[in-house]
Design a protein around this ligand. Structure first.
Ligand code: NAD
Length: 385
């Protein structure tokens, strides 16, 4: 893995950054994308919560893992203190294996010990794991506290912090226990990506590429053009790419907040992607790496079903390769294990796996049922790609 040490970010946008509104009636909120946003967090959070009760005497409970706290915790705390919040920092151990009810329970203990009241705002500082756990804590403690997401991985910035899905894993099942709980604000400081290893940045970029494929061909083209600089954080388009990814997700969430229909298109590449993660015990692939492979699988399934053109697959494979993703299926991977998992997937119907397919770049439709034979043939072709 190549790690690029904290490269500078070249920025062409305005100092106040990009703002994307998520329109959900009384649950509406803003996503702010701005370099240096961490230092303005107190003011931004106070403004987002205004109207309920002012920040004076209000507690901000910051959930963060120690490594992220060392880098960014003090700045967030100082900014919140300056805005009049009392700070309660609760350390949470990093990693998917800690995305559990036990972690949630420990956080409840800390909130209880400190007798926090209902005006407390839960602030998630970190990647998607912290965001999902903090979101679930906020959804359930005292029947719901305000939540602010301050995502620091690219994946969390463009995906998990937006849309209100929160939860923890249970047994072998990912995200089995959870709730919908929208944040009051998502505050994104892209400068935090400087300390994120390239592999993690690339993982998040898979979701950025996904947004282009499912809903915006011009965005896809721009991302393709700038992919190297985006990954190296040297593209002046980075903040806009993050904001536009959030915008695409926001529009889908606005149309289908509870995941009853359209929201499924966000799962492009996730049918096989999730199976690859599960079959390898979540230890081999970063989420985005599995999704990159899964997007290629979805294209090949789409080709087999006469829905996706070969030019779509070709373009996506080229872009993913340029970004440094593996696109062919590992020869050691047993297609039967994947097919078995697909049949068990909660979205499968009568054993047939459900795919989101892209007829062309910039357009996707959910709910395509693919037979085992189709999936088997697509996976066999993906070994040779
Ligand atoms: N709620 C949703 O809609 C949604 C959507 C997609 C994914 N998810 C969830 O997101 C999780 C994955 O999130 P992730 O990829 O962010 O992983 P993660 O939260 O495990 O973070 C990856 C690693 O990066 C470290 N890190 C975070 N920010 C850093 C920074 N700025 N510099 C250096 N290191 C940093 C973390 O400490 C961690 O070790 C999964 O649990 C997945 O289920 C949720």
């Amino acid at each position: 893995m190549i790690a690029i040490a904290e490269p500078p970010i070249h920025r062409t946008g305005s100092a106040s950054g990009e703002r994307v509104r998520v329109e959900l009636g009384e649950r509406s909120y803003e996503i702010v994308v701005a370099g240096g946003a961490l230092d303005r967090a107190g003011v931004e959070i106070a403004a987002a919560l205004a109207g309920k009760a002012g920040p004076d005497g209000r507690t901000a409970a910051i959930l963060v893992n120690p490594a992220v706290h060392r880098r960014y915790g003090m700045r967030l705390e100082s900014s919140l203190t300056a805005a009049g919040f009392n700070i309660l920092t609760i350390p949470v151990t990093a990693g998917e294996t800690h995305k559990t009810l036990r972690t949630v329970s420990r956080i409840f203990d800390r909130l209880y010990e400190h007798a926090v009241d209902r005006r407390t705002v839960i602030v998630a500082l970190g990647g998607g794991v912290i965001g999902d756990v903090a979101g679930y804590v906020a959804a359930s403690y005292q029947r719901g506290l305000d939540l602010v997401q301050v995502p620091t991985t690219l994946l969390a910035q463009v995906d998990s912090s937006v849309g209100g899905k929160t939860g923890v894993n249970f047994g072998a099942a990912k995200n089995l226990i959870g709730a919908f709980h929208q944040p009051r604000l998502v505050l994104i400081d892209p400068d935090t990506l400087r300390s994120l290893p390239l592999r993690e940045r690339r993982s998040g970029m898979a979701e950025v590429i996904k947004y282009g494929v499912i809903s915006d061909a011009a965005f896809y083209d721009r991302v393709s053009l700038e992919i190297g600089d985006l990954l190296n954080l040297t593209s002046g388009f980075l903040d806009q790419a993050i904001a536009h990814s959030c915008r695409i997700k926001a529009r889908v969430v606005e149309a289908d907040e509870r995941d009853l229909g359209l929201r499924a298109i966000l799962n492009f590449g996730h049918t096989v992607g999730h199976a690859l993660e599960a079959v390898t015990g979540y230890r081999v692939y970063r989420h985005g790496e599995a999704i990159a492979l899964g997007m290629v699988s979805a294209c090949l399934v789409g080709e087999e079903m006469g829905i996706t053109g070969k030019n779509v697959t070709g373009s996506l494979v080229d872009l993913l390769r340029k970004a440094g993703f593996a696109v062919s299926l590992d020869p050691g991977m047993d297609p039967n294990a994947i097919i078995c998992l697909l049949a068990l997937d909660k979205k499968a119907i009568g054993g047939a796996a459900r795919f989101v397919l892209a007829p062309k770049i910039g357009e996707a439709t959910p709910g395509h049922l693919a037979t085992d034979a189709v999936v088997r043939s697509a996976l066999a072709r993906q070994r040779l790609i």
